[in-house]
Design a protein around this ligand. Structure first.
Ligand SMILES: Nc1ncnc2c1ncn2[C@@H]1O[C@H](COP(=O)(O)OP(=O)(O)OP(=O)(O)O)[C@@H](O)[C@H]1O
Length: 711
């Protein structure tokens, strides 16, 4: 019996159909699966029509209602029908006639192109290539392009173009997988790398090349754009439930990572903002949960409580309750606390501010010549980062590698004494700092032969402290599929750096980049990338490969930048901007405004309300807002980590606020730490700006932040 597949193009259209039309479509698609092909094509009720003579014989249109038409790909061979598009009746036939569907033989996927438009342009380019500007890809031979799956027609077309912008403008007409190849080449990725990163993952899924008339296989291999409907599933049920594309359509690279049966050790998935790292981590959990041995458990963790809440919510969309019961979704800190409490039930977590206070007391009591901040940093970045437990360990010449302020041996003894005093006090009061809990949890776990988890999946890994990594490492036995880590060094906004090698997390040979951004438009992304230009990407996790450039297939308006004369004027301009987004039909809840500080958040909320705009402080942890759900969300720049909104306003990007020098270690204290803290503040701006899906507005008053690309 025929099987039904649905192209991703149909999904937004389905939302526009009214109830009777949806029911009618469901009835039709049921018939697709009940009747043999000849009976189906000639069925009087369905009015399946071929296109006029000379056009693609595989494409048919069928009537759904008086106003809606369906477009169907019905290959002569094979059993799979593809519902290609749902269109208003008046546009359907022309659209169908312009498109052509082919099998990409190299990548094994089904592709669509606007054949009419491409052929017309190739024959007579609107603007012939200027003799002064070389055609695109002039340094890459036809043969090399063909090996990457770019066919002769697309090659001939590309040779008429001279700029990246032209190629991007034409992207809706170009076969999608070929477009991705071209985009990477254009941005300088070498041919062999494109082969490895773009072509191979597709081939891996299709198991090699596919014959040009084998549409059936190609449709099944195009899972990044095509949804296969189970034989007994109802189309209404498939399309009618709240739809999130990420649950169904994985990019081939995402799919090969999430669904690979075995990795022989820890895996690192890295990539720029919006490349689907969280999506891959969630699908990996799904795969692991579906293949979990009896009694096994999975840990899914992320950096903050807010992020853990977000992945918990998303996991519920992907995995049914029964499988979710085998997955703990908690922060590393919560894990450490739970483990330590198993052996020491009265222990509690000491908030970071208390820990700093404790160090301040010890430093003043000992009348040390260093500031409390300095001693606290020695504790955090030397002692706890390396799990040093003895004075000799701290005196080791290598222990303070990377710290720029030298200490003599006697001075070290003094610092050690202060740190040891503070640590002893924590123990005596049974109130341990998070780092202390991790050190304890690691010792407990290392002493056990039975580990609590079969697999550990980590999202937002770039911000974890080495002590947290040690707990995670100790929570799972080393071996196949033990750790799956997603992160992006350039989004590191806290002050931790780690060396995986030293932590026994060996990702060498298992470090994979994701490069396609699914969230942000090209215009916003390209601008935001400039914030990070020249920034060393080696901080955070020591990824085997530096982060590459991220591309987006989405297009939109460039970011709007505004420098106001003073704070009041900045708020007035913000209100104007938000009002214009609302007027364009963006719901208040899809708009987020960030401020640099908590006080800034309060000021923005009251300013927007004064202008009659519903606004509320946003609590990312619970995804709740103070009053009404239908309000513009306002939060700090830290608060938007890992989230996204249709429109984002990043305010207060003023020289005195970014970097906020209170949060940056003074260079007198430690030069390297100073640089690292500055880099984290730069990343904060980058993270905030890359939360925007469609619209980004950035403002400041007085002098702009030096991190802002204003050229
Ligand atoms: N294959 C996909 N198909 C459709 N949407 C996708 C796909 N992969 C990711 N997305 C969407 O792209 C957006 C970004 O994904 P995700 O949050 O996983 O990226 P990320 O790399 O973790 O981002 P960041 O590092 O910026 O927090 C989300 O809206 C997600 O649903």
């Amino acid at each position: 019996m025929p099987r039904l597949a649905i192209d991703a193009t149909c999904l937004p259209q389905y939302d526009r159909l009214d109830r009777p039309t949806r029911e009618r479509l469901a009835a039709i698609t049921r018939k697709f699966r009940e009747l043999p092909l000849p009976a189906l094509l000639s069925h009087p009720d369905l009015r399946i029509r071929e296109l006029p003579e000379g056009q693609d014989p595989r494409i048919r249109t069928f009537r759904i209602s008086d106003s809606w038409t369906g477009v169907l790909l019905a290959p002569e061979s094979g059993e799979t029908f593809l519902l290609v598009h749902l269109l208003p009746r008046e546009n359907a036939e022309q659209w169908a006639a312009d498109q052509r569907h082919d099998v990409n033989r190299v990548m094994g996927t089904l592709e669509r192109r606007n054949a009419t438009a491409l052929a017309q342009h190739t024959a007579a380019p609107a603007t012939p290539p200027a003799p002064t500007r070389p055609a695109l890809f002039s340094d890459i031979s036809d043969e090399a392009l063909r090996q990457l799956g770019v066919d002769s027609e697309t090659i001939a077309f590309c040779r008429t173009l001279t700029s990246r912008e032209e190629l991007v403008d034409w992207s809706p007409a170009i076969p999608q997988d070929q477009y991705e190849v071209l985009l990477h080449l254009l941005d300088g990725m070498p041919v062999d790398q494109v082969m490895r990163e773009v072509v191979q993952p597709r081939r891996a899924l299709s198991g090699g090349s596919v014959a040009s008339d084998d549409y059936d296989t190609a449709i099944r291999n195009t899972r990044h754009r095509v949804m296969l409907v189970d034989d007994d599933a109802d189309i209404e049920e498939v399309l009618g439930r709240e739809f999130d594309a990420w649950r169904v359509f994985l990019h081939p690279t995402q799919r090969t990572l999430a669904y690979r049966p075995v990795f022989n050790g820890p895996v690192l998935v890295h990539g720029g903002p919006g490349t689907g790292k969280t999506v891959v981590a969630l699908h990996r959990v799904k795969y692991l949960a579906e293949h979990l041995p009896l009694g096994g458990r999975i840990l899914l963790t992320s950096f903050t409580n807010a992020l853990v809440e977000a992945v918990r919510r998303d996991l519920a969309l992907l995995l049914d309750e029964e499988l979710r019961a085998d997955v703990d979704v908690i922060t590393a800190d919560k894990l450490a606390l739970d483990i330590v409490r198993e052996e020491w039930p009265e222990v509690s977590l000491r908030p970071e501010s208390d820990t700093r206070g404790l160090f301040a007391n010890v430093v003043s009591k000992h009348s040390l010549p260093w500031s409390a901040d300095f001693v606290f940093q020695e504790y955090r970045h030397v002692v706890m980062a390396q799990d040093i437990t003895t004075v000799d360990g701290y005196l080791d010449p290598d222990a303070r590698r990377g710290r720029s302020r030298p200490l003599t041996v006697d001075e070290r003894r003094e610092v050690w004494h202060a740190i040891a005093t503070a640590r002893a006090l924590m123990r005596r009061t049974k109130q341990l700092s998070a780092l202390e809990l991790h050190a304890e949890a690691t010792r407990i776990l290392n002493a056990r032969t039975e580990k609590p988890y079969t697999n550990v999946v980590v999202d937002e890994g770039q911000d974890l402290h080495p002590a947290q990594w040690r707990t995670l490492r100790a929570a799972v036995a080393p071996g196949p599929n033990d750790m799956f880590i997603a992160g992006d060094n350039r989004q590191r906004i806290y002050d931790n750096t780690v060396s995986f090698r030293q932590l026994g997390i060996n990702v060498v040979g298992r470090s994979y980049p994701l490069r396609m951004n699914y969230r942000t438009t090209t215009e916003i992304l390209t601008w935001a990338e400039q914030i990070m230009q020249g920034e060393d990407a080696g901080l955070g996790m020591d990824a085997a490969e530096p982060a590459g450039v991220t591309r987006s297939l989405l297009q939109g308006a460039p970011p709007v930048l505004y420098g106001a004369p003073d704070a009041a004027a900045e708020l007035v301009a913000l209100a104007r901007q938000v009002r214009s987004w609302l007027a364009k039909g963006i719901a208040p809840g899809d708009i987020c405004v960030t401020a640099r500080t908590r006080r800034g958040v309060t000021e923005v909320v009251s300013a927007l309300r004064r202008h009659g705009i519903p606004a509320a402080r946003f609590n990312p942890q619970q995804h709740t807002v103070d009053d009404s759900a239908d309000a513009v969300r306002v939060t700090t720049m830290h608060g938007v980590k890992g989230l996204e909104f249709r429109a984002v306003a990043v305010t207060g990007v003023t020289a005195t606020a970014l970097p906020l020098m209170d949060h940056v270690t003074s260079p007198d204290l430690d030069e390297n730490q100073h640089r690292s803290d500055l880099a984290a503040q730069r990343s904060l701006l980058y993270v905030a700006c890359t939360r925007a899906r469609e619209a980004l507005y950035v403002s400041w008053h007085g002098d702009p932040s030096p991190f802002l690309p204003l050229r």
